[in-house]
Ligand binder design. Structure first.
Ligand code: TXA
Ligand code: MG
Length: 340
């Protein structure tokens, strides 16, 4: 049974092709969430697969559909700061207040001691809760109307490439998702920065568009960025965010030019090729644009396209370090790790 009426996207070229599970209306999404359905929600980072964070049955189905181990926690998405402070976390330190003021709504997730409101299934046995207010009006409105917090891991099967359009969600999850709120393509393109506020000092668990220097400026302290002790964060596993083809990460296009024995799908700044013919072993050139922000925005769509190119492998020229380039480098490195 579907909770939405069939909907035809006004711009078929950019919209989702199977329209039977698509809505553009926050109220329709909220009604489905209240009824315990699984609703894919757009955010500025990637699409999330949402379920009521207080509904154990809905959460059990969320974990089953995603194929996610039950001991991996999920981020609870909230409509506004008043709601974020209301019982989802058991304490609300000054650091949380400062970061919320500086970056919410936005691509930042905070880990705090868990309060009484989240169902234990969202916490994965950590005793802590991850909170975020996404910078996407239609999703915040859907969450507000749902009257609850929404647990939403990225709307892809566990370990795979995150979705940045409604069509990606449909391609991955098909009829396992009850409804998709189509908010168009995601603008940031890589998942939120995760900062852990439960230890002696704030610590970044996953890099994103809110970079360490921005967090430090808002907090007035220096952050630890060591990832190795992060407990149950699959986004910090060595092999994650992975396309089906093998991925190799390189620093400059020269390395790709030399890989003549393989048919490769290459992610690179296409302006590098303007004066040169593209060698024939590069069967597909996917343009990452001229800035790290554009690379981040396009990353997952390009990896999906590369995956279906018929190439032997994907080769990606990484953006320079710094800014959101660090998040792109992080995700590509994990995509490159040997598959389990
Ligand atoms: O941008 C994002 O964060 C997207 C959108 C949908 O909001 N969500 C996302 O969710 O990337 P997910 O589940 O794919 O990645 C969330 C990461 C996981 O690595 C998870 O283990 C970690 O956050 N996480 C969630 N709760 C946690 C907790 N209490 N302690 C430590 N890590 C936690
Ligand atoms: Mg994910």
């Amino acid at each position: 049974m579907r909770t939405s009426k069939p909907y035809r996207h006004p711009n078929a070229a950019s919209g989702c092709h199977d329209t039977s599970v698509i809505t553009h209306t926050a109220a329709v999404a909220a009604e489905a969430l209240r009824a315990g359905k699984l609703v894919a929600l757009p955010t500025e980072t990637v699409y999330g697969l949402g379920a009521d964070a207080t509904n154990a049955d809905a959460l059990a189905r969320l974990y089953a559909v995603k194929g996610r181990p039950t001991d991996h926690p999920s981020i609870v998405h909230l409509a506004d700061l008043v709601e974020a402070r209301a019982g989802w976390a058991s304490s609300w330190p000054e650091s949380a207040e400062r970061l919320a003021e500086a970056f919410w709504p936005g691509p930042l997730t905070m880990i705090l001691p868990a309060g009484s409101r989240p169902d234990p299934a969202t916490l994965g046995g950590t005793g802590t809760v991850a909170l975020r207010i996404p910078d996407c009006d239609v999703t915040r409105e859907a969450i507000r109307l749902s009257g609850t917090g929404i647990a939403a891991p990225s709307a892809n099967r566990f370990g795979r490439v995150s979705p940045t359009t409604a069509q990606h969600v449909l391609d991955d999850l098909g009829t396992d998702v009850d409804l998709i709120l189509d908010g168009g393509p995601c603008s940031v393109g890589v998942e939120s920065t995760i900062v852990d506020l439960t230890g002696p000092a704030p610590r970044v668990l996953r890099p994103g568009a809110i970079i360490t220097e921005m967090l430090e400026a808002a907090l007035g302290t220096t952050l630890s960025t060591s990832l190795e002790t992060a407990p149950r964060a699959p986004g910090t596993l060595a092999a994650h965010y992975a396309p089906r083809l093998a991925v190799a990460v390189i620093d400059t296009v020269d390395a790709a030019i030399e890989m003549t024995g393989l048919r490769i799908a290459l992610l690179a700044d296409a302006s590098d090729w303007q004066l040169n013919p593209i060698p024939s072993h590069i069967v597909m050139l996917l343009d990452t644009g001229t800035s790290s922000a554009v690379y981040a925005e396009r990353l997952y769509a390009l990896l999906r396209e590369a995956d279906s190119s018929g190439a032997d492998c994907i080769v990606a020229v990484v953006p320079p370090p710094g800014g959101v380039g660090d998040a792109v480098r992080d995700r590509l490195t994990r995509a490159q790790a040997p598959k389990r």
